[in-house]
Design a protein around this ligand. Structure first.
Ligand code: SAM
Ligand code: SF4
Length: 431
């Protein structure tokens, strides 16, 4: 989501003001930080990063802070780092040019961290595409209010983009050579989009409907999405996997924990059994679908027994990959006030055990790919190995193989000859 927002900031500044992107801080006239506040470390890093560029103000460089830390801290960022020129939130990044102009005109730092609903999408220039894969945001914000999470406070409540807007953006992308779309949102399966934009009487359509319509587009060959929520993973969505072969054989479905007691304290709204039942139904349709997930270790009050339940779930499902972190108390969230007496060292040990288990599992899954033919979307030439191309399999592993650069941007079949946990090597199948 943040990568997508960063690209949008580049698009906005490129379109409105003719800025171009540079990787060199010394060349920059404007430095923008896109920030994350999901965990504490990411938040603190912003201020140390700001300190590192502060000296560039002397030569007239402008500095902006966007994203969720900006949304959470607002004017407090200017108070702590008065050399910052503009502070903007995830929902106001399209106003960046106006904010920078106002900064100059009023000679005063500008802050805009409001949530003007879906206005953002109406004011973004058409995306500039680099490659055959693209992200498309279909909804913004989150209304789930899990007890540990800051997102509903920093990105606002869930708002879905109108269906015809999403389809128009995807059509535009296919005309630029995009053949794989990754639909983005905090809970994409909570999508409830108006069929016709601006028509209050028009029908509201759900995520399954959107997937079906994208599946019907000849030019779009692959569909991914990030992230969905177990609660809204109903039969309508599961059935899409039977009729829509463009939906990749990989699902990232965050479970967070395996102990019902902790899931309830997290306010996730499902039990471990309900999660398993969803996966069982999906695997009845796609037996070899790869499942990855998010986990939080060391939630306040997590006992050894709770952690064992989490590990039991991990063994049962056979997760293929994880984004797993130690619980970080976020100011303003209910879980931040819960008593927490588990020593950090214990949490760290649990996290390492969880990650090692999932990696060992990924290794086993990768081994099973040996000798199989995987459909790979070719992304680029390998930097260090002449003649080698890199792409991504449906199960979300990087695949390297020898091939001509003209294949970049296309789907090819590759026979797997070597397998590490998250990367595969192979030989292209000559047709
Ligand atoms: N909406 C998605 C969901 O419900 O699963 C995930 C979005 S959330 C921004 C990304 C991940 O950050 C979560 O799945 C969770 O594992 C992690 N996360 C959120 N708040 C956290 C916290 N306070 N401490 C540690 N990890 C956290
Ligand atoms: Fe955060 Fe995801 Fe829960 Fe929303 S559903 S509050 S984004 S963890």
């Amino acid at each position: 989501m943040n990568e997508y927002d960063s690209d949008k900031m580049v698009d906005v500044m490129h379109g409105a003001e003719g800025y171009t992107q540079t990787d060199s801080v010394d060349e920059a006239d404007l430095i923008l930080f896109n920030t994350c506040s999901v965990r504490e470390k990411a938040q603190e890093k912003v201020f140390s990063d700001l300190g590192r560029v502060k000296h560039l103000k002397a030569k007239g460089v402008q500095i902006g802070v966007g994203g969720c830390v900006a949304s959470q801290e607002g004017a407090a960022i200017i108070a702590r780092a008065p050399y910052v020129d503009v502070v903007f939130g995830p929902q106001t990044l399209h106003r960046l040019p106006e904010l920078l102009n106002a900064r100059k005109a009023k000679n005063k730092p500008q802050v805009d961290i409001t949530f003007p609903e879906i206005e953002k999408f109406d004011h973004l220039p058409p995306a500039r595409v680099d490659g055959a894969c693209a992200f498309v945001s279909i909804m913004e914000g989150c209304s789930k209010y899990c007890s540990y999470c800051v997102v509903p406070y920093t990105r606002g409540e869930e708002v879905s983009r109108p269906f015809d807007d999403v389809m128009a953006e995807i059509t535009h992308l296919t005309k630029q050579g995009v053949i794989e779309v990754n639909l983005l949102g905090q809970n994409v399966n909570g999508y409830r989009g108006q069929l016709v934009k601006g028509d209050a009487t028009s029908e509201i359509v759900d995520f399954a409907y959107l997937l079906d319509r994208i599946g019907e587009m000849d030019a779009m060959k692959r569909i991914r999405y990030t992230t969905s929520h177990p609660n809204e993973f109903g039969q309508r969505l599961i059935d899409c996997y039977a009729r829509n072969p463009k939906l990749v054989n990989h699902l990232h479905l965050p479970v967070q924990h395996g102990s019902d007691r902790i899931l309830m304290a997290m306010k996730r709204g499902y039990t471990s059994l309900q999660f398993k039942s969803t996966i069982r139904k999906l695997r009845a349709i796609r037996p070899d679908i790869s499942i990855s997930s998010d986990f939080i270790v060391g939630f306040p009050g997590e006992t050894d027994a709770d952690f064992e339940k989490m590990m039991a779930l991990i063994h049962e499902i056979g997760f293929d990959n994880s984004f797993s972190f130690i619980f970080s108390p976020r100011p303003g969230t209910p879980a931040a006030n819960l008593a927490d007496d588990t020593p950090h060292a214990v949490k760290l040990k649990r996290l390492q055990h969880l990650q090692a288990t999932i990696e060992a599992n990924a290794q086993k899954i990768a081994q099973r790919k040996l000798g199989t033919v995987q459909r790979v979307l070719v992304e680029r030439a390998a930097d260090k190995l002449a003649g080698q191309l890199l792409g991504r399999s449906e199960c979300n592993r990087v695949v390297s193989f020898a091939g001509h650069p003209r294949l970049i941007g296309q789907l090819v079949d590759v026979t797997i000859t070597d397998a590490k946990a998250y990367s595969l090597k192979g030989e292209i199948v000559i047709q």
